[in-house]
Each structure stands twice: as structure tokens, then as C-alpha cells.
Design a protein around this ligand. Structure first.
Ligand code: SF4
Length: 300
């Protein structure tokens, strides 16, 4: 190996030894850790500092990759925003009128979003016309679903949505999650989340258990059901899954032990986070960064 190559690899080793970051747990962190250690390292450690315009270009690229969203991830965010806003304004509306009011709210909120996009001059890579069409279709389908009827008839909808925050502390660990739309039916608390692609079984299991843990910690409720509404093969479908708070607790304990073991020193080293088997690479957002690292630095 020539001197230049040795120096290049030595420089890379410095770049890939990064300071630890404050620890918190989430279902997405859990899934990424189980899917690929290298992607996990890039997302939760290496990308930090990439916002600095003077940072190494690879770092900047990793940061922008971390922050980038697919078309459907953006739609999910906007759809959730519209649903939350619309349901939260139903507080003083009698149940018999709520679905009609919801249709008006959906329409108004979508118009506000369209206006915002026009003013913000969104990136040309984001097809706003297609986005509005898909959101309109998703809202119309949702309005006709049994889930929407159940939510519109629920009591204390606003109260419960406000009681569930996206972050809370559990055994001194900060947990993050998406509570979705929450309502109560008898003894049971129900949460609904909407996706534009079919969620993976591992995501459904972990999210349902996480909601169960949150329900137990926030309200003492032991019976929970998560509904995942998603678009597939041209139609909207639903998967229902009961949650188990104990299973979530065990998942968190195992993850925290393994994750903190790998990041307990003053530096977190990429060498401790190897790439996954090829089958995990399909649809990986870090594939370009990952190849650049492997090709340029011979897997330091
Ligand atoms: S491309 Fe594959 S090995 Fe590389 S980070 Fe992504 S999942 Fe991991």
C-alpha cells in the first residue's frame, strides 16, 4: 500500500470515529438497529455535524440523506397533520354532525396546504399536483371508512390526543413514537395511523406494543388496539394489532443494553457497526453513502 493510500485511510479513521450523542429510544431506532448496524451508525452518529457547511462533504451528504423524505413519507406527514387538526376541532360538535363537519374540515385544510405550497415555492422534484390528488383520495376514502365513523362518534377525542405526547420518559430513558389518532371504546384505547405503503410486520408489532406501553403509563389502560390503514393494490386496507406493553418493555431493555454497549466510550467507531447482508440493502436510504465508504476507504 503506498503512502498516500495509508494517509487517506488514516484520515478516514478519524472521520469515522465520532462523539456519542444523547440516547433516546424509538421504534424506528429499534428497527434500523436490527436491520443494519452500518445504517444505524450513519443515521444516529455519523450524520451529526453534517449541517455545518464546512463539514466534510461525505458528512454533509449523510446529513442531507438523513433529512430527506420520500414522496409518500411527506404525504403521510401532511395527511396526519390534516387528520389531527380536523379531529381536534370536533370537540363541541354533536356526534350526529361530526362526519359532515369533517368533510368540510378536510377540504379546508387541504386548501390551506395547497396555498402554503404555492407560497413556499416547493422543490421542483416534489409533484404538488400529484400530492394533492393522492391526499384528496386518501381523505375521501378515510371519510367513508368504519374507522372514521368510530373516531367521529368517540367521546374525549381531543382530550386523549392531547394526553399522548410523541415523547415521554420511561425508566430514565426518553422514548419517541407516533401516537396516531387515539380514541376510547369501552375499556379499550384505540390508535389509528395511516400509511401510503403497507407497513412491515416488524413495524406493526413494535408500534402496537409501543402504543400499549404508552397507554399503560399515561392512563393505566391495559387493553389497546392499533389500526394501520394503508394503500395497496389500488385500495385502502386495514390491519389491526393488539399491543403488549410487557413485550415493548423487554424490547427496550434488550436494545438499550446492546446499543449503549456499542457507544459507551468517548468515541463511537464505525468499525463496530458492520454492513448488513445484501438483502437488507433494498430501499436503504444510505446505499449511496454506504457504497462511497466501502469503495473509497476499503472498509476501514
Ligand atoms: S446499503 Fe446495505 S449495508 Fe449499506 S447501510 Fe444500507 S442496508 Fe446497510
Amino acid at each position: 500500500m503506498n503512502r498516500f493510500r495509508r494517509e487517506e485511510i488514516a484520515a478516514a479513521q478519524v472521520l469515522f470515529d465520532v462523539p456519542p450523542t444523547p440516547f433516546s429510544w424509538s421504534v424506528s431506532r429499534h428497527l434500523l438497529f436490527r436491520r443494519c448496524r452500518r445504517a444505524y451508525f450513519l443515521h444516529y452518529y455519523f450524520a451529526q455535524g453534517g449541517w455545518d457547511p464546512y463539514a466534510d462533504p461525505l458528512l454533509q451528504f449523510t446529513w442531507s440523506t438523513k433529512k430527506s423524505k420520500t414522496f409518500h413519507e411527506r404525504l403521510e406527514h401532511h395527511l396526519e397533520e390534516i387528520l389531527r387538526f380536523s379531529f381536534d376541532t370536533l370537540r363541541n360538535i354533536p356526534p350526529a354532525f361530526r362526519k359532515r363537519m369533517l368533510a368540510t374540515r378536510f377540504h379546508a385544510r387541504l386548501a390551506v396546504l395547497e396555498q402554503r405550497w404555492r407560497e413556499e415555492d416547493e422543490s421542483k422534484t416534489f409533484d404538488r399536483k400529484k400530492a394533492v390528488e393522492e391526499l384528496r383520495e386518501a381523505l375521501a376514502a378515510f371519510l367513508n371508512s368504519p374507522t372514521c365513523t368510530a373516531i367521529a362518534a368517540a367521546q374525549n377525542l381531543t382530550l386523549f390526543n392531547k394526553a399522548f405526547k410523541p415523547t415521554f420518559r420511561f425508566h430514565d430513558i426518553e422514548l419517541w413514537y407516533n401516537p396516531g389518532l387515539i380514541w376510547r371504546e369501552g375499556k379499550q384505547l384505540i390508535s389509528c395511523r395511516i400509511h401510503f405503503t403497507k407497513p412491515e410486520p416488524s413495524f406493526i408489532r413494535a408500534e402496537s406494543d409501543m402504543f400499549a406501553l404508552s397507554a399503560r403509563e399515561h392512563t393505566g389502560t391495559l387493553e389497546t388496539l392499533s389500526i394501520f390503514r394503508y394503500f395497496a393494490a389500488g385500495e385502502w386496507k386495514e390491519i389491526q394489532c393488539y399491543g403488549d406493553p410487557d413485550s415493548c418493555e423487554r424490547r427496550i431493555q434488550t436494545d438499550v443494553r446492546e446499543m449503549t454497549d456499542l457507544a459507551s466510550g468517548e468515541k463511537v467507531s464505525m468499525i463496530d457497526f458492520p454492513p448488513a447482508a445484501e438483502k437488507a440493502c433494498l430501499n436503504c436510504r444510505y446505499s449511496v453513502v454506504c457504497s462511497a465508504i466501502s469503495e473509497q476507504f476499503d472498509e476501514v
